[in-house]
Write a protein that binds this ligand. Structure first.
Ligand code: ME8
Length: 510
């Protein structure tokens, strides 16, 4: 039986190196995966690379390489980015792996055996970057792709077709019974309108090139790259190899992506799963586009920004924080150096970083770095109330995929804690020997606030949280903290030895 929270990123084309758009999806999934682990859930977080098809083939040809040579060269550059961004994936799937080819063949054979595949001829305009035939408003004047603004290519081929048209009613029933299948709701409305408009069968094989998985009953054809790609989500769960594992993970809880590939996930994918007699995913979540100059950032259009261009300046934690905080999750958002620098200084350097260094410095000067004994572990007052709000809001937002609100709740708590310090002014209490217990109470509460910040920030900024945790000197590992217990007020043990350490977020030079 299913016992694992399963989250996926799209598997990315490797026609080039990643840009911050790919990293946006991957970081968001990582934050959700880490949050679920923090709740003590079993998690399977999958990412990987989509290596077949024409877009990758052409990238190889342009460099005078065989496609396998090219993908083998470029995939390590993707992995390097994910490693640097502290992406805690549980598996990385490459569609050129043997395990994947085998399951794609099993899968298309099932569709064939179900009577949903037939031979036909197709002619249409194809976008190589989308790996998709285009019709109607998807074609701009001059026969350009509306997404990539590159010329479409006229393709005519004898292909195997998947009988998508036979699934219209079953898909509409799925959407009706599971309104959470596509989120946000506006995206669901688009999908429903598209399916109600009538579905055409789609071609699921190619004969004009051989860079792909051969169709098992007719190996002159290779499987269409999108059918091949979607199936990664099931290959990695052990489908056809380890039935028990497959059942413990599948169906996916959420496939994350932006709207460019929604139709494949919300229409083609469930229809093929239904045909194969397999359960459909629980949900597809569509976040917005990162825009540069008002347009979707893209490799093809040379507007891609490599994540390392930003992590070099701001560090990995701030990088992860910024995009989630800045862009309401589900809406489009623009990146700018100015807004990133402004948030970094306001919320991380002057906000969280300054809070931590002030509190730890005071613990050092007034109590020799040792957590003082409070008059009560229950806590009271403004900071305690703010903590209760954080503990309620952060998980609620995370579970609803309101990532910017979850990060906003954390920032709100940091602000409250800074206000609390100004209000109680421990530096004044310290001047009055008679108020030693008040000083101890205020510092205990402040240190306890830092403990909560480290716990709640850990899915978002794992590195900075671990450094803060180390400065707090808590014996138990941060990775051994689980919600809801770790969110209880008063767990910090008096007597714990803290240390000031290096600034979490050094101020940036102009
Ligand atoms: O479509 N803003 O791969 P892909 C936000 N291989 N997200 C962006 C983005 C942007 N400007 N640009 C890209 C493919 N993304 C297929 C997927 S899955 C079975 C096969 C992210 O390399 C976003 O998640 O073109 C988008 O859906 C994905 O990268 C497309 O990646």
């Amino acid at each position: 039986m299913k016992d694992t929270f399963y989250i996926t990123t799209p598997i990315y084309y490797v026609n080039d190196v990643p840009h911050i758009g790919h990293a946006y999806t991957t970081v968001a999934c990582d934050v959700i995966a880490r949050y679920r682990r923090l709740r003590g859930e079993k998690v399977f977080f999958l990412t990987g690379t989509d290596e077949h098809g024409q877009t990758n083939l052409r990238a190889a040809q342009q460099r005078g390489l065989k496609p396998q040579e090219w993908v083998d060269q470029i995939v390590p550059q993707w992995k390097e980015v994910w490693e640097r961004l502290e992406i805690s994936y549980d598996d990385f799937i490459r569609t050129t792996e043997e395990r994947h080819g085998r399951s794609v063949q099993d899968f298309v054979q099932r569709l064939y055996d179900a009577g949903d595949v037939y031979l036909g001829t197709y002619e249409g305009l194809y976008c190589i970057s989308c790996e998709e035939f285009k019709t109607g408003s998807e074609i701009l004047d001059g026969q350009l792709c509306a997404i990539h603004k590159i010329p479409l290519e006229r393709v005519q081929e004898q292909n195997y077709f998947f009988r998508l048209s036979a699934y219209q009613d079953r898909l509409l029933k799925l959407y009706e019974e599971h309104p959470e299948f596509v989120r946000p709701e506006t995206r669901m409305n688009e999908v429903v309108a598209f399916v109600k408009g009538g579905l055409q069968d789609f071609s699921m094989s190619r004969t004009s090139f051989d860079w792909g998985v051969p169709i098992p009953w007719d190996p002159k054809h290779v499987v269409y790259v999108w059918v091949d790609a979607l199936f990664n989500y099931i290959t990695a769960t052990g489908f056809g190899v380890d039935e028990q594992r497959f059942r413990s993970i599948w169906p996916a809880d959420v496939h994350m992506m932006s709207k460019d590939i929604l139709r494949f996930h919300a229409v083609f994918w469930p229809a093929m799963l239904m045909s194969a007699g397999l359960p459909v995913p629980r949900s597809v979540f569509v976040h917005g586009y990162l825009l540069v100059g008002g347009e979707k950032m893209s490799k093809t259009r040379l507007t891609g920004i490599h994540p390392f261009q930003l992590t070099g300046h701001f560090g990995v934690d701030a990088y992860r924080y910024y995009f989630l905080r800045e862009v309401p999750f589900g809406q489009d958002g623009s990146f700018s150096w100015e807004s990133m620098a402004a948030r970094y200084n306001a919320e991380l350097a002057n906000g969280l970083g300054n809070l931590a260094s002030r509190i730890l410095a005071m613990a050092g000067s007034y109590f020799g770095g040792v957590v003082p004994e409070p008059s009560s572990r229950e806590g009271s007052g403004r900071l305690r109330e703010a903590a209760t709000a954080l503990v309620g809001r952060f998980p609620a937002h995370m579970e609803a995929f309101q990532l910017s609100d979850a990060v906003g709740a954390l920032d709100g708590f940091v602000r409250e804690a800074n206000r609390y310090l100004v209000e109680v002014a421990p530096w004044n209490l310290a001047k009055d020997e008679g108020r030693r217990q008040d000083l101890a109470d205020s510092l205990y509460a402040s240190l306890e606030a830092l403990r909560l910040i480290a716990v709640f920030a850990s899915p978002v900024m794992p590195g900075a949280s671990a450094r803060l945790w180390a400065q707090l000197g808590i014996a138990e590992q941060l990775s051994a903290q689980y919600l809801p217990r770790a969110a209880q007020w008063g767990l910090l043990e008096p007597g714990t030895r803290t240390s000031k350490g290096e600034a979490l977020f050094p101020r940036l030079d102009d």
